[in-house]
Each structure stands twice: as C-alpha cells, then as structure tokens.
Design a protein around this ligand. Structure first.
Ligand code: PHE
Length: 378
C-alpha cells in the first residue's frame, strides 16, 4: 500500500471496529450479587466461581451490558463458614439492591441463603449446588447444573457396570446436605443393581483425620469407597487409606473437582474416579472460546464450577433481556421460561422444578492427571 494511503487505511479500520462493537453501556449499573467461599477451607471453589463470574460480567459489558446499562458484580465472602450465607444474601439484597443472586457452590450454604432470596422474591441462581432440596425452597431458586438424584445414579451405575465394583463403603460428611443426599442416592442405585453397601462411616467437614473410619472400612473388605465430599477431605482420606493398606477404588462426585485435589492427595489418588459437570477438553465452539479467554487470563484451564458460574451470570442477563426488565417477578418468570440457552456447559433448559438437565462427565485420575473418560446423558 502506498505510504500516503496508510493513515487513511488505519482510520477506516478504526471506524469499522468501533461500528462492529456494541454501543457502550450507560447509566446506573445493574448489580448482580455473588456470595461464595472466597476464603477458608473451600476457597478453591470460591476462586474458580469468581473467575467465571468476572469473565461473564466483562463479556456482558463489552457486548453492551444488560438493557443498555453496565453490569456490576457485588461480591460477598462467607469464608467457607456455616451461618454466613444468609447474612450475605440479606446484605446483597437490602444494601446493594441486586437484581439477582449467584451462589453458592456448597448445597448447605445455598440452603442457608435460599429462604432469604425466596422471601424477598429475588431470583437466586446456583451454579453448582446439586442437592435436590435447594430448588425446592421455592420459585425464586434456580440451578444451571444437574442435581444429585442423577449424579448419584450415574456414579453407582458406573461403579457397578463399568468398574465392576461390588462392595461399597460410604464415607459421608454428616454436616453437608450434599454429602448426605448423594450418599443416599448412590446406595439406593448400587444396591438395586445388586451391589452391597458394606459400611457407612461419618465425618464432619473440616476433619483432617479419617483413620478410625478407614480402619473400620478396611475390615469390611470393601472394593470401593464412595466419599461424597469436597477436595480437601478427599485428598486427605485418599492418602490415609493408602497408608492403612486399603486398595479399594476411591469414588467421588463433583466436590472432588479442584486443582488442589491432586496437590493434597498426590499418588494416593491414582485410580480414583469421580463425576463432574464439564470438561475443558470439550470441542463445542462456545466452550473453546471460554477456555481460551479464561486460560489467557489465569494461565490454567477452567474447572466446571468456573464454567457453570459463567453460564449462571449470562443466564440472568439473558432472562433480563427477554423480560425487557430487571424487575423481580418479570425476571423470575423469564428465568423459569429458559429453554435451550446456549452456554459454555451446553444448552440449559430449566424444567418445572427450575432444575437443569445436563450431561455428567466421568473423570479418572491416571498418571497423576485428571483425565476425561466419558460423558453420560441424563
Ligand atoms: N455440588 C456440590 C454441592 O452441592 C458443590 C460443588 C459443585 C463442588 C461443583 C464442586 C464443584 O455441595
């Protein structure tokens, strides 16, 4: 190109780029409340979810915001503690006047906040709480992930049919709704298939020593230990079970999925199998774009929780657009009517219980890595 024309070419390009970009959002920001375990025992969950939420907010604002207004995320940290999430929800609703809440990951903590949202009529979208009681709180509560009646059945069937396991011991966090509920479904499906539940041992979230329970399990000659808990306890229990000479296959649910799982459990986790919501290896174009943007920002691929939280925020924006309003009841109605919403975790359709139907991904720990094995349809 002749040197003289070059400035003109640059100007033309700039004009085209700015035309292609959506009009910048203007006016008072629309606030979305976010409460999660940003610090404390389950901080890995909070971090992943926050990253997903922030990326969604940035993408929304770059695309013109919600109904032309900028979107802001207001963050509350419950420090992974019981008894903090209702207060967080009250603050976000009363003080910040958020249009909707996104949170929590742990079912027990979502169950604390859900009655507050329900009473205020403010929609709460949980990205990852899988206990069935969560959305049963009422018509203000939605989830973008599968629920545990599905997850528990998938795991028990996989354990029985694919892994050939026959004698399962349960190691349950009695303080977590997720753990208690998921253990129940697993046991029911596993025994219906012909398997035997040979032990049911309990712990409380935050415990560090599982040797007494594992010693009792060792005596039952279990070939599987189902631990429906979170990554810290899973990693510790894996280590201690190997120290005690147990060779049973360790099985878990979505609570296992955190980069720290392998750091804590190390080689003791080899052969562990768990289910989760999403694989960053998915070839779907929406997922590829998300993985690229997330990895560029954070230097590592997203876990399922980050992807689900990205989808939860976008689902709220989509509902507001369809409703043409951010008013509570209009927003709730539009959320309830969500059909085939294209997200990074696949298409989200909410059923009459405001639950999503999604595939479960089976992950196995092989050669010190978490490897995607297969996807199981509802
Ligand atoms: N499903 C878990 C619960 O309900 C939370 C969880 C989701 C943890 C996704 C990790 C990843 O408590």
């Amino acid at each position: 190109m002749p040197a003289l024309l070059r400035p003109l070419f640059v100007v033309c390009c700039c004009v085209l780029v700015s035309l292609a970009r959506a009009a910048a959002p203007a006016g008072e920001p629309i606030k979305i409340g976010f409460f999660m375990s940003i610090t404390g025992r389950d901080a890995s969950f909070g971090e992943a979810a926050l990253r997903g939420a922030r990326l969604a907010i940035d993408d929304l604002n770059a695309a013109g915001g919600i109904l032309g207004r900028p979107v802001e995320l207001v963050v509350e940290d419950n420090r992974s503690l019981a008894g903090e999430s209702a207060t967080a929800a009250k603050k976000l609703i009363g003080r910040d006047k958020v249009i909707a809440l996104v949170g929590e990951c742990a079912s027990s903590r979502t169950l604390e906040a859900a009655p507050v949202a329900q009473l205020a009529g403010v929609p709460l979208v949980t990205p990852a709480s899988t206990n069935p009681r969560v959305t049963a709180v009422g018509d203000s509560i939605f989830r973008v992930c599968f629920a545990d009646p599905f997850q528990g059945a998938v795991l028990a069937t996989y354990a029985w049919k694919t892994l050939g396991l026959r004698r399962a011991a349960l190691l349950i966090d009695a303080s977590a709704s997720y753990s208690v509920g998921l253990a129940e479904v697993f046991a029911k499906t596993f025994t219906a298939l012909g398997g035997e539940v040979v032990a049911s041992q309990k712990y409380a979230g935050g415990d560090k020593d599982f040797r007494a329970q594992l010693t009792a399990i060792r005596a039952t000659r279990a070939d599987a230990i189902f631990l429906p808990g979170y990554y810290v306890e899973a990693g510790l229990a894996a280590q201690q079970s190997r120290e005690l000479g147990l060779h049973a296959t360790l099985l878990g649910g979505d609570g296992f999925e955190a980069p720290q799982l392998l750091e804590i459990g190390g080689p003791a986790l080899e052969g562990t199998v768990y289910s989760t919501h999403y694989s960053a290896e998915s070839a779907a174009p929406a997922s590829r774009r998300f993985v690229t943007a997330y990895t560029a920002r954070h230097g590592s691929a997203p876990v399922g929780l980050a992807a689900l939280t990205y989808d939860a925020v976008n689902l709220i924006a989509d509902a507001a657009r369809r409703a043409g309003s951010t008013e509570r009841s209009a927003l709730k109605q539009a959320l309830a009517a969500t059909r085939d919403f294209p997200g990074v975790t696949g298409r989200t359709t909410l059923d009459e219980n405001r639950d999503a139907l999604k595939d479960a991904a089976i992950i196995a720990v092989r050669g010190g890595r978490c490897v995607f094995v297969e996807s199981i349809r509802p």
